[in-house]
Design a protein around this ligand. Structure first.
Ligand SMILES: [Fe+2]
Ligand SMILES: [Fe+2]
Length: 268
């Protein structure tokens, strides 16, 4: 019997047991398209987002900044990335469950993202386990999920902010992180981060596609709308500059990047 994609996404989103969540997310993302029906649910309720009891969530400012020169520093950074990936699994399923009026292709895109985020989490968790750490052993912050909550009312805001700002920032900072791990000889982590980087280009691309689609539908100018939203959510601190190559590959146009650099980066 065909499975309703919105119910399947909600089940993954709400699962709080780590092992079950990973298993369920993998299965859900892997299932053939034909196994799903895309049929709007009559009884939509706000999902209760599932996460394990640990890690403890604290304010971003409360997290100690450690260099990767020490074992603890290295694993706390891997843990921080794993935590982002954990949230990204929830974000992908939330993008499916929350916005039920999108074209079919949107759901296949986000199902693919969900599968890749699950894999990113699994890979990073394996590195933690190799160092005798577990997901939850360090504190983490909830910045990404806070932004998800703030953009919960509109798919346009969600597509603008999560993939085009936050995941795109990942493209800006990951190459430097890869270099750092390469420098200390952590080839396993380097190859995980390379996989993550490549697939994240695809996630930003998907975000770009649906952001543009929604702008077009509403007769909005994408570039201008984006800048307004970035300011509205107070995410206009782009110090550090852009990874132009990566961002272009992910669907940002040259003009757009130049515009953003002039409006934001050079404003500091
Ligand atoms: Fe990811
Ligand atoms: Fe992603």
């Amino acid at each position: 019997m065909a499975i309703n994609i919105f119910e399947a996404a909600k089940n993954c989103l709400e699962e709080s047991n780590l092992e079950r969540k990973i298993q369920l997310s993998k299965e859900t993302a892997k299932r053939a398209k034909q196994a799903y029906v895309i049929e709007k649910l009559a009884d939509w309720t706000e999902p209760k987002v599932g996460r394990p009891i640990k890690p403890a969530l604290v304010s971003p400012h409360a997290l100690p900044k450690r260099g990767i020169g020490t074992e603890q520093g290295k694993y706390s950074l891997i843990h921080a990335i794993a935590h982002i990936e954990f949230n990204a699994i929830n974000l992908a399923f939330d993008a499916i469950y929350r916005f039920q009026d999108m074209p079919e292709e949107y759901y296949w895109d986000w199902l693919q993202v969900a599968g890749e985020e699950t894999n990113h989490f699994i890979l990073l968790r394996r590195h933690l386990n190799n160092g005798n750490y577990e997901y939850g052993d360090f504190e983490a912050h909830n910045g990404l999920w806070d932004m998800a909550k703030q953009t919960a009312n509109d798919a346009l805001d969600r597509m603008a902010i999560i993939p085009r700002v936050l995941e795109a920032r990942g493209l800006d900072v990951t190459p430097a992180m890869i270099k750092k791990f390469a420098h200390i000889g952590e080839t396993g982590i380097v190859s995980t981060l390379e996989t993550i980087y490549e697939e994240e280009v695809g996630h930003v691309f998907i975000g770009n596609r649906w952001f543009r689609y929604l702008c077009e539908q509403r007769g909005l100018i994408a570039e201008q709308t984006f800048l307004e939203l970035v300011r509205h959510y107070k995410l206009d601190d782009f110090r550090g500059g852009f990874n132009k190559v990566g961002r272009k590959e992910a669907g940002f146009s040259e003009e757009e990047l130049e515009y953003m650099e002039n409006k934001f980066v050079n404003a500091y």
